[in-house]
Design a protein around this ligand. Structure first.
Ligand SMILES: Nc1ncnc2c1ncn2[C@@H]1O[C@H](COP(=O)(O)OP(=O)(O)OP(=O)(O)O)[C@@H](O)[C@H]1O
Length: 326
């Protein structure tokens, strides 16, 4: 197939890492005589404006394209940024009602989606995975509807209420994240804020409804609905989650006391946390979560605000253009 690549670059992602990775990617396109058009965002939110303008140019996926002659180039969008940039782009697709393939060069500080689908974090390898693919892969995504604020959207990674969302709210607002990213210590910013959040996050009651079966958790500390195993830059909170399955994974952790949580965190580092009795896991194609108590929320690392939540989750799919690692 003959491609024209549209590169949507958030140069601020990964505190500037994305700008460097975009230059490396562009060098590889030039060396291989591939045609492309770069679009750089200049402010937060501009990625959605760029996508709105590009939607009409991008080519929808159809298996029959493989049999047809290469007269017309295939117009493919490649997002260069972090999980948040990708989140904004696919949500713009969703709100516009289109399901176009998309490709991705992970260049944020966490890059959990790329880890989850097996897309390399190294520019050259990711370039080979993107340009070596002749068709996209169907990846599961989660749809959510929040009834109180009448808000809906799509997530590639996870939606969290409680601890992880408090970490997102504080890290995204902090200057130290930028500083730590500068020294390639993005994961350390999550670590620092994890400790702070552990000491400040209070427990809260939630109601979970799965297949008509209601369950209450009165001392919830963390409640993460996820599509992939990771959050917070590679922390395998739900190792059983698989973005190739049409399934939603839910992890609820209750906090009896601080020592029990520290024990669980140590087990998490050794990947033995799923056996801890305070770790609860559920899997279903439809899940409802209610927190009347106002809590921080996060969607793919983007802050959803501190408020009450009544969330309904279901599944859908998104075409991602890449091949598996060789
Ligand atoms: N030019 C820009 N300057 C500042 N913010 C931007 C710009 N372009 C996009 N954004 C905002 O950046 C956010 C997404 O950042 P993203 O998550 O991709 O990077 P990150 O936070 O460094 O990575 P990660 O989520 O992996 O930690 C979005 O909210 C988006 O609106």
């Amino acid at each position: 197939m003959n491609f024209h690549y549209h590169l949507l670059i958030n140069p601020a992602a990964g505190s500037g890492t994305a700008n460097k990775k975009a230059s490396q990617l562009i060098d590889l396109f030039d060396q291989n005589d591939f045609t492309y058009t770069p679009y750089y965002t200049t402010y937060a939110g501009e990625e959605k404006e760029i996508v709105k303008r590009l939607i009409g140019f991008l080519t929808p996926w159809d298996e029959e394209l493989l049999q047809q002659p290469d007269d017309e180039p295939y117009h493919l969008l490649i997002v260069v940024g972090g999980d948040g940039t990708l989140h904004q782009v696919v949500n713009q697709f969703y709100l516009t009602g289109v399901n176009l393939p998309i490709s991705y060069l992970p260049a944020g500080s966490g890059n959990d989606f790329a880890r989850g689908i097996g897309l390399s974090l190294q520019v050259e390898s990711a370039f080979r995975q993107i340009t070596g693919a002749d068709r996209p892969q169907k990846i599961n995504v989660l749809l959510y509807e929040e009834k109180i604020s009448e808000e809906y959207g799509l997530v590639l990674n996870n939606v969290g209420i409680g601890l992880d969302a408090l970490i997102v709210a504080t890290t995204n607002a902090s200057a130290s994240k930028k500083l730590l990213n500068k020294y390639k210590l993005g994961f350390a910013s999550y670590g620092l804020y994890l400790i702070k959040a552990l000491l400040t996050q209070k427990t809260f009651p939630i109601l979970v409804e799965i297949n008509g079966h209601k369950q209450e958790f009165n001392r919830t500390f963390l409640c993460t609905t996820t599509n992939i195993p990771y959050f917070g830059g590679g922390i395998p909170i739900a190792p059983m989650a698989d973005p190739r399955k049409e399934m939603i994974d839910l992890v609820v952790i209750e906090k009896p006391n601080l020592f029990a949580i520290i024990r669980l965190l140590l087990q998490l580092l050794q990947k033995k946390h799923t056996n801890n009795r305070h770790y609860r896991h559920f899997s279903s194609s439809r899940i409802r979560i209610v927190s009347v108590d106002p809590q921080h929320g996060q969607a793919d690392g983007e802050n959803m605000g501190q408020r009450s939540y009544d969330l309904y989750f279901s599944t859908s799919s998104q075409y991602i253009w890449y091949t598996d690692k060789q």
